[in-house]
Design a protein around this ligand. Structure first.
Ligand code: FE2
Ligand code: FE2
Length: 179
């Protein structure tokens, strides 16, 4: 059976790897140790651009409307997932301001909440939401969705996958330099 959400699931894997680096940040800040600004800036750019500016927008514009049209539990789940995107954006802004004001305790608390929210959110999308979508669409509709996702990627700067992977590599390289 054809699948239309494979690319989004693959993006979840990339995002999850960046979330593991947020876990590292939390432990590091909670221990009272310092972290270079460039590391946190790369994490903030990844979540602000690739996650919020690309991945979440594709889901909201192209995937959740399929669930809305089916009504019932599927539409309810789509609204919950949209609300979680908004909450992630709020946490990102809180993290940005705590970090820039030098409040490491608040930054650690917010980074921990953000990583936990996005991890649970991704799990629900992979196991429930995307399964609904795959069941709802015919093969032709899946082809159309795949084409729309590709078109969105081409027209959206924040969807630059190489840039996102580069940011993750940069963060991992910086983390290993602390070891
Ligand atoms: Fe999502
Ligand atoms: Fe997602």
């Amino acid at each position: 059976m054809k699948a239309a959400t494979l690319e989004l699931q693959d993006e979840h894997d990339l995002i999850s790897r960046m979330l593991s680096t947020l876990d590292w940040l939390v432990v590091r800040l909670e221990s009272g140790a310092s972290v270079d600004d460039s590391l946190v800036m790369a994490q903030l750019e990844f979540v602000g651009n690739f996650v919020a500016g690309c991945h979440h927008r594709k889901e909201e514009e192209l995937v959740f409307p399929i669930m809305d049209r089916r009504g019932g539990d599927e539409a309810e789940l789509a609204s919950r997932l949209r609300e979680e995107h908004r909450r992630a954006e709020e946490l990102l802004e809180t993290l940005r301001s705590s970090w820039s004001s030098g409040d490491a305790t608040a930054a650690a608390r917010t980074a921990s909440e953000l990583a936990s929210l996005l991890r649970d959110h991704i799990d629900v999308e992979n196991t429930i939401a995307f399964a609904y979508v795959e069941m709802a669409l015919t093969d032709d509709e899946k082809d159309a969705l795949i084409a729309e996702l590709e078109r969105f990627n081409r027209g959206t700067r924040a969807c630059d996958r190489a840039r996102a992977e580069g940011l993750l590599d940069d963060v991992i390289r910086q983390i290993s330099s602390y070891a």
